[in-house]
Design a protein around this ligand. Sequence first.
Ligand code: BGC
Ligand code: BGC
Length: 996
Amino acid sequence: MTSHEREQDPSKQGLLGSTSGHHSGSESDSDDNNVNTNLTSNTSRTPNGKKNQQHRRPKPTHRNRAPSFQPLPTPNKSFLARRSRRHHRTPPRPFPTMVPLPPGGTSASWADSYAKASLLVNNMTLAEKINITTGVGWQMGLALGTTAPGSLVGFPALQLQDGPLGIRSADNITAFPAGITVGATWNRQLMYARGKAHAIEARAKGVNAILGPCVGPLGRMPAGGRNWEGFGADPYLQGVAGAETIKGIQSEGVMATIKHFVGNEQEHFRQAWEWGIPHALSSNLDDRTLHELYAWPFGDAVKVGVVGVMCSYNMVNNSYACGNSKLLNGVLKDELGFQGFVVSDWLAQRSGVGSALAGLDMTMPGDGLRWADGKSLWGGELSKAVLNGSLPVERMNDMVTRVVAAWYQMGQDRWPKDTKPNFSSWTDEKMGVTSPGSPSPQEQVVVNQYVNVQANHSIIARQVAAEGTVLLKNENNILPLSRTTGIRRRQTTTTTSEGKFKIGIFGEDAGPIPSSPSNPNACKDRGCNQGTLASGWGSGAVEFPYLITPIDALRREFDPSTISLHTHLSNSLPLTSSEKQAIADLDLCLVFVNADSGEGFTSWSNVRGDRPDLFLQKNGDGLIQTVAAQCGGGFSDVVVVIHSVGPVVMEAWIDLPQVKGVVFANLPGEESGNALVDVLFGDVNPSGHLPFTIGKRLEDYGRGGQVMYLPNGVVPQQDFGEGGVYGVDYRWFDKKGVEPRFEFGYGMSYTQFELGNATVKTVKAKSALPAPRPEQPAAKPPSYSTEVPSSSEVIWPEEGVIRKLEKYIYPYLSSQEADAAVSARREGQKYPYPEGYNVSQPLSEAGGDEGGNPDLWEVYVSVGVDVRNMGKVAGAAVPQLYLSYPEPKTKAAPAPTQQPRDGVKPDDNNTNEPIIHGEEGANEGKKGVDFPLKVLRGFDKVYLEPGETKKVEFDLTRRDLSFWDTEVQNWRMVVEGEYKVRVGWSSRDLKVEVRW
Ligand code: BGC
Ligand code: BGC
C-alpha cells in the first residue's frame, strides 16, 4: 500500500482503535487520574445543537480496558480519516491526581491579606461565597468578566477585562505595543513601565483585574496564532517580561492575571466546540518539558506575587487544564506556592465539582458548557454541591478566601465603594443596558462615560515600539536615513530632473486601511489584515484610539523641499506602465509588508487564528521582489519594513543585492509610525533583538513546531514530547544544527559594542538539590467551621427583593432543590471523591513559598562583563547570557557535521528526526540527561555614550542552573563537571566565556 492509500483508508490505520497509542488510554487517563467529572451533563451536543446520544459512553472502570473510543459523526470525520500512523508512540504518562489541594494563606507576604479575608469570609452566606466564585454570565456586566458581590459583607463585584496590551473594548485608552514587541526590547524598565501605565488606565476605567500578561503560548509553533500576545519563544524571556509586567500592573493596585496555564500553543482545536468537535485538543507534555519550558514563566509570575492565574482551554495529557488537579493543585498551588486565585479561560471550565476539587477558584464568564447558555456548572449548581456534601466546605471557603485575599493584597479595599466600569464592553453608545446578554427588558442607563485615561502613555508606547524594532540588515549603512538627503552618505541634494531626491513608498502596510481611511478599527477585534499592521487580533487586541501610520509619519518627516515622495500604498501588482516608469526614476524605495494572525474565534482569509505558513501575507514577497527589480531600474536601494506577529520566511528576497536594509518592527501599537521614524532617522539607535528565531522554512522548526491543522482524533493529540526540553525555537535549531536566517536574540545597532573582562564569582557552593522545604509554612491558612451551611442561605430571595434577569447566573436554589440537596447528604449519597481525597499528600520538595522552594531563588554564581560602545553614536546594547550544562559523562562527544555561526557543535543526531522523550525521560537521571545546547539565563540593556564602558552583572539562581529531575521530582543542579557560561549579542554570536 502506498502512503497515499494509507492516508485515504481509515480502516488500515487503526484510527482511534487498538493500534492507536494515543487513545487507548486517554479516556481513562482523564477520568481515573484527574478530577474532571462533570456533574451536570453526560450528554453532549453536536454542532447543530442536537443531543448526541451516541457520544455517551459507559464510564471506564479499568485503566487498561479495551479501547471503546468511537469517532463521532462530526463534519470533521473526513479529517479524522487522514490521521497518519507515522507519529504513533507511547502516550505520556498521565499526571497523578493531586487532591486535596494546599489551601491558600501559607506565605508570609500574604498573611495580612488572608487574615483580613478570613474575617470577611467568616461572615459570608453561602450565596455570597458562590457569587464571588462564579461569573454572572456572558455580557451580563459591563466588563468582559464580572463576578457578583458579597453584598452583606460589602465585597464588590469584580470587573475583569482583557487584555495583555491595553483595555479591550473600551474608548480613550492606549493601544500599547503587543507583548512580542515588548519582548523584543529586552528592556526590563520598559516592561515594567508599560504594565504600570496599563494598570493606571484599568483603574481609571473601573477595572479590578487585567486579563494579562500572556506567557502561554510560549511559542512552540512559530505559526501559532497568539504568540504575539506573549513576549517571545523562550521561557526565561517570557518569565522576566511577565514578572516585570506584573510588578508594574500590581504596583497600581490592579490585579494581574497571567495566562494561559498551560500548553495553549495553537488555536486550532484549542476550545471545545469552537472547531466543530466536542473537545479541545490535548497538549501532551512530559514532566520535564512542563517544568523547564511551559510552567517556567508562571514560576516567575508567582514569585513576584501575581494574584491571578488563568487556566487554558486545552487539555493537558487528556485532562482539561481547568480541571487538571496535578497542574492546579500540584504544580501551581503546591510546588509554586501560588496564593491567589485560578480563573478559567472563558468557557474553559468543563466540569462542576471536579474542577473545584482540582483547584479552579473562579469560573468565567460563568456560563456552562456552551457559550452564553446561562447554565452555569457552578452558580446554583455549586450551592447544591455544598449542600449535598459533594464539595467539601473547606474547598468552598478556600476558593472564596483566595479571591478576597487577592483583593486585599492589591489594596482594593481602599478603592471607592462604588467602583465599577465607566464604559461598556458591548456598545459605543452612551446609553445602554447593564446586562445586554439577558433577553429580559431592562432600563437604559448611561453605560459609557468616555473617560479619557491615556495621560501621557503614548510616550511609553512609542518608546516600547521603537526599542522593540529590530534592525536585521543594514548594508553600506543605508540606515539611518536623512530627512533632507534621504540617504545620508549623499552630501548634496541630488541630480535628478526636478532636483529632488525621489523616494518611493510601497505596500498597503505603510498606510491606512484603503476602504475606510480613518478607521484602523474597521474589523471587529482587529480580525483582518488591512492597512498597516500594529496588532494581532482577538481578545488580545484593543480599539485603537488613533494609529499613526508609517506614511503619516514619513510624510511629516521628510523635507519636501529636497525630497519627493512617490507612494503606491497597495500590494497590487503588476504595476501599470506609467507606474513602472515612475519607479524606474526613484532613488530609494521603502517597502512595507506584514503577516497577521490572532485568536481562534476569528479567521481572516486563510488564517484561522494560526497562520497556515510563515510567509508574508498579501503577496509581500512578490511586492519586494518587484520593487527591488524596478526601483531605479533595479539599481536603487531598497529598505524593507516588516510588521508581523512572529517570524516570517524571507528567503525569496533577503539576499537580493538591492535589499540593503531590513527593519522588523513587530507589532508597534498606536505609535507605529512615530516609533518607526525614530529608528529610521536614527533619533533612536535600534536596540531591539529578536525574541524568536527566523528560520529559512517552517519545516526547520521541527515536527513539534508544526501547528496541527487537522484533528487526529476526537480529542486531537498534540505531543510536545517531540523535541522535549529542546523542542522550542533556538533550542531546536541548535540541537539539530539547523542554520536559521536570523537567530534568536539577533539585532543590529548603528554603533558597535564590545564585550570583555568576563569574571565569574561563586556566591554559594554547588550542591545538587535545594535545601529541604521549610517544615512549616511561613503562615497558617485561615480555618473556618467545616459545617455545611444552612440551605436557607441560598434560597431565592422573596419576590421583589431582586429583579431576576433571564440567563443571568445566580447562586440561588428553590426550596425544593435545596431540600433535595440536603436530603441527598443525609442519605449519604455523597459524591465519590477520588481515591485518597482525605489522605494528605506529601508536599513537593520543590515548593515552600511563593515561586517555590526559596533556595531556588538564591544566587549561586555571578558573572560580570564589561560592555563598551566602540562606535560614534550613543546606543543601547543587549548583552545576553547563555548557559550550557556540564556535558553528561555517559555520552561520547559526537563529531560535528555542520558548523553553525557560533561554532556550537550540533549533536550526533543531526537529522530532522525528533528526539522522543516521555518513557525514556523517566530514567534520565540514570542514563545521563539530555540538555539543550544552551539556554538563555540572563540579559540586560545598557545605554552607552560613544567610548563609554559599563560593567554588567548577571546573577544566576539555583533555578537558573538546575534541570527538573523527574525521578526525585525536584530541581537538580549538575555538580560534576563545569557549566559553560557565555555572553554575547545573540544566541549564536557569543563573545566571552567563563566556566563554573
Ligand atoms: C481568551 C482569553 C481572554 C478571554 C476573555 C478567551 O477566549 O483565550 O485570553 O482573556 O477570552 O476575553
Ligand atoms: C469573545 C472573546 C472570547 C471568544 C472566545 C468572543 O466572541 O469576544 O472575548 O475570547 O469569543 O471564543
